[in-house]
Design a protein around this ligand. Sequence first.
Ligand code: GUN
Length: 284
Amino acid sequence: MAKIIDGKAVSTAVKAQVAQEVAVLKEKNIVPGLAVIIVGDDPASRVYVNNKKKACEALGIYSEEHALPADTTQQELLALVESLNNRSDISGILCQLPLPGHLDEKKVINTISPLKDVDAFHPSNVGAIMIGDYHFLPCTPAGIMELLKAAGVEIAGKRCVVIGRSNIVGKPMAMLMLHANATVTICHSRTVDLPAVCRQADILIAAVGKAGFVTADMVKPGAVVIDVGMNRPEGGKLCGDVDFDGVEPLCSAITPVPGGVGPMTIAMLMKNTLMAAKLQNAVR
Ligand code: GUN
């Protein structure tokens, strides 16, 4: 029977630590603040943004939401980001993605001050991660590293396969595993014989965006399986990229969906917001 890695419990511990540090900052009259921008009315984005706001509230972090209509212009959005860059009460800025098609995500990300970029999407933060010299880590990969640590998974020398090459998860995930001395392979839609590559993994990380994509024939017995998927089939309930029922009996440890990686993403966002406030106030 696989160990079920409890993202809820680990995220609660991370958030408790953040809350404690927020309280210490408050004694110095510093209150971390997160500005969340959401454009349009994508229902999944609305859920994520609400959860981020709730987490801030619970930890004593100030938050404000900027909900903009779907027809917001690029100029208006960039002007908002600039104004948030210039506010001393805002430590972190997050623009919920995806943006409506007429808006240029890259330009928006590039406009967020790297010191307030709590998603770690700005090219200068991405570059910092590449060379292993960073302040912010992207929330989902950083949360996965915390889960592996909490579950006592040894990484050094292990074979890690990441399925998916997005800028948000796949690429930074591979980099963090490399920094932890894993031997890393990134698979994607053009990978030849993907199941055979996945079967080599001691640690298999699925960030594909397709429900039930990882099946038992793709998993080496005893592997650790991390499911980043957040798929909502039409009318169905939230499910991951891994066929949990088929894979769980095979592996040594696995994250469930929900209750695995998802809660960690928000916990790490809180940690980054705290870090941003410390950086801007020169608190060590
Ligand atoms: N959309 C899906 N995941 C994320 C995330 O981590 N950050 C932002 N800003 N948008 C997202």
